[in-house]
Structures are given as C-alpha cells and as structure tokens.
Write a protein that binds this ligand. Structure first.
Ligand code: COA
Length: 402
C-alpha cells in the first residue's frame, strides 16, 4: 500500500487524546518533572516578557535578597533567560521556572555544573505567596536523585548570605553540611561586600530517594508527548549515546540522511556543541532525543526557526526497531503544538524525499497540506532527490485541533 493512501488518524483520537496523568509543567514546556505536582521549566527566549512581569510583581519580595532584583524590567529578564540558555548550551547549568501544577511559583538555577563525580551549586527563590510550603525543599529532594543518580554528580551545594534565614533553613532541612564561610567574597543586594557561607551535600552522605520514591524521573528537560514518550533536549553529554544509536542504524538511516553514513563520535559532538545547542541558545530551533519507555530511540526537532514570518521545519528519525509504533507521528504532533500554540508559528513545514514513503506518511497522518515537489533539492545517499513539501498554516492547525 502506498504511504500516501494510508488513512490519516484524526487528531482527537488515540495518541492525540488528553494525557491520563496531569502534567505539572505548563503546556509545551521543556521541563524536568519532579513529581508531586512540581516541575522545572527551562526558560526559553519567548518567556522573557512573562519573566519580566513576574520580576516586577515580586520586586519588593526579591530586592532585599538579590542585586539583580533591584532593576526589574525586560532587560534584566532578557539577561537571565540568555544567561540560562548559554549555560545550558555550554553544559554549565541552567535557569528554570519552578512550577506547581502548571503555575510558575519561583525559580531555580544551577551554576558551575561539572561532569560525573563533580559538583554543582543551586540557587532558588519562590514568590511571596508560595513561601512556607516546603516547595524548594521538596524540589531539592527530587533534584538530589537527578544529580546523584541521573547525572552521577559527587556534590551539591548552596551559597547563603549571612542573615538569609529561609535560605539557610532549606540547606539545614536537607541535611547539608556547613563547609566554609568565604569572607568578603560577595557583593550583596545593597552593594555591600559580605561573607558567603557554603553548605554542601556529598553523594555518599545522601540518604537516597526514600522507600516510597517512584522511578527516577527522566533527568533532563523534556517535552512530554505522553506517559511513555518524551522529547528530551539533547545535551553535550548525550554525544556517546546518540552516536551509538546512529552507529547501530547506519544502514537504515543512510538512504535518506546521508550524514549518517560517516557520522563518528567527533561529528556527533560537533553537531551538538556547534549546531544544536547554539541554535537553542539563540532561539533558532530545538533538537531533542526521543525517549520511548525510558530508552533513547531517535531524534526530532524544530529547525530553521525564523521570526519573519514565524516559521520552522519539523524533522525526525527513529532507530529501525522503534518504527511502526506511531512514535514519529506523536512526537511531530507535539512539536507542531509547541510551534503553533507556544511559539506563535504562522507556518510549519515538513520536508521529505519523494521516495521516503514512511516519512511522507507521518505528514499524511497529521493531515499536513501537500504543497508540491522541489526538484533535486535534497541531498541523499545517491546524489540529490526531489523533495516533497508539506505544511500547516496557523489557521489550518487551529481548524484541525479545534
Ligand atoms: C521516517 C520514520 C521516522 C517513520 O517511522 P514510522 O515508524 O513509520 O512512523 P511512526 O512512528 O509515526 O509510526 C507509524 C506506524 O506505526 C503505526 N502506529 C502504531 N501505533 C500508532 C499510533 N499510536 N499513532 C500513529 N501510528 C501508529 C502506524 O500504523 C504506522 O505503521 P504502518 O506504516 O504499518 O501503517 C522512520 O521510517 C525513519 O526513521 N526513517 C529513516 C530516517 C528518515 O527517513 N527520517 C525522515 C527524513 S525526512
């Protein structure tokens, strides 16, 4: 049967039905899900205005503690979002919104994130109306699993200015050891040079996840597609796993993705560090690994994002043994939702070689409009192939999802 003749699934059926488990992260977020109604949403470029509003609303609450909170406004929000994305891209940390049941209630960030066996420093604040409920302590308990089990870190620390009773109480409640007071090492919110106290927890002193802890949440920022399918943002440390997957699937991928023929570990690193992560930091696209039932089975992304007109292209590949489960269709559907409903896309397209029936079938299942064939446009193993282009406009997307 020709792929183009396969019956398109309705967007309201089966894999497109609402999630059985509510998501603690806001819709379309790349989030670390902490369980118990909590999630950390990676701050992306388009969150700047919302963050500026939040910092303005919490100005009086935050200004006594943080120098940056003295000057709320769009420029400060832009600086924080940009710094967080740069850190994420360089593998040195991240900035995230702390969310409870989909609502932003504060922020957490990592400095100086090191590799396995190393250390990281965590910072945090919660809105005034969210204080006194143990949110940061709860979030930190799950993050310990993320740091120690998921990333293999050896130590986590927090830095506290003298007199910050609430912040210090978090460290003590979590069983952190007072390590050192660095005299005169920090300029506080009032511009005075003050001491900074460091509290740390070593992996060997951590008392583990607790008997009633469920499975380890996916230790990465991910777009949840459904309960067993997530698109996790790729990081530098994924190079080896990604390369191994390509290596096992060369024969399957090579006909339509010629890069897969020669992709060695260095080229995988160059892709992550030189293309995918800088594009994320600049707001020009996202590249995710597809985790299905806890296993990395492919990659997908929204590429070539432009602001005028607001548009991008979806792309994907799966390992041979993960095909025919609807994974590519469901992940692409989630990326379309992110593009239209979160990023305000005017148009999203999908491009596939004319002869690539499984890929064209994904576009058909999602009822994307076939726009024609650009001839000799796509590099493939055997030279250049004619390329079929499918697209949805924002109006067509709205008509399909109601
Ligand atoms: C293109 C590619 C990702 C398509 O993979 P796929 O498994 O056919 O696509 P999906 O994951 O959407 O799965 C659809 C299949 O699963 C079935 N399926 C099972 N459960 C499903 C569900 N819940 N929803 C939708 N389809 C489902 C469909 O019926 C279909 O099977 P069929 O072909 O026998 O009818 C894959 O073939 C591939 O990686 N190819 C090599 C790389 C490549 O070409 N990438 C694209 C470049 S443009």
């Amino acid at each position: 049967m020709s792929a183009l003749a396969s019956a398109p699934a309705s967007l309201s059926d089966g894999p497109f039905a609402p999630l059985p488990t509510p998501d603690p992260a806001p819709a379309h977020a790349f989030a670390l899900r902490l369980g118990d109604g909590l999630a950390l949403r990676l701050r992306e470029r388009h969150h700047v205005d919302a963050l500026a509003d939040l910092l303005a609303a919490e100005h009086e609450h935050l200004a006594p503690s943080f120098g940056w909170a003295q000057r709320p406004g769009r420029a400060e929000a832009e600086r924080q979002v940009g710094q967080g994305l740069e850190r994420f891209a360089n593998g040195g940390g991240w900035h995230a919104d702390l969310c409870e049941d989909g609502r932003v209630v504060g922020a957490m960030w990592l400095h100086d994130l090191q590799r396995r066996g190393g250390s990281t420093e965590v910072g945090y604040w919660v809105r005034r109306d969210a204080e006194g409920r143990g949110l940061v302590t709860r979030a930190m308990r799950v993050l310990h699993r993320h740091f120690f089990e998921g990333r293999g870190l050896g130590r986590v620390c927090v830095a506290v200015e003298p007199g910050h009773a609430r912040s210090e109480a978090v460290a003590r409640r979590l069983g952190y050891t007072p390590e050192a007071v660095l005299r005169g090492s920090h300029v506080n919110a009032s511009g005075r040079t003050v001491d900074l106290a460091f509290y740390g927890l070593l992996r060997e002193d951590w008392d583990g996840p607790g008997a009633d802890a469920g499975p380890l949440p996916l230790p990465r920022f991910a777009l949840r597609v459904d309960d067993d399918l997530q698109l996790g943002l790729l990081e530098r440390e994924d190079a080896e796993a990604l390369h191994a997957l390509v290596d096992r699937n060369r024969a399957h991928l090579r006909p339509w993705m010629p890069w897969a023929g020669e992709q060695d570990l260095a080229a995988t690193r160059a892709f992550l560090e030189g293309r995918a992560l800088p594009a994320l930091a600049r707001g020009e696209g996202v590249d995710g690994g597809i985790w299905w039932r806890g296993r990395l089975v492919g990659a997908a992304g929204l590429h070539s994002w432009s602001e005028r007109p607001r548009r991008g292209s979806v792309g994907y590949w799966l390992s041979a043994d993960a095909q025919r489960h609807g994974i590519a269709t469901r992940v692409t559907r989630a990326l379309l939702a992110k593009a239209f409903d979160d990023l305000g896309a005017e148009r999203v397209d999908l491009r596939a070689a004319v002869g690539n029936a499984p890929s064209r079938a994904v576009a058909d299942r999602l009822e994307m409009r076939f726009e024609g064939v650009l001839r000799r446009e796509l590099p493939v193993q055997e030279g250049y192939a004619d390329m079929a282009v499918y697209a949805l406009s924002a109006a067509e997307w709205r008509a399909r999802v109601g």
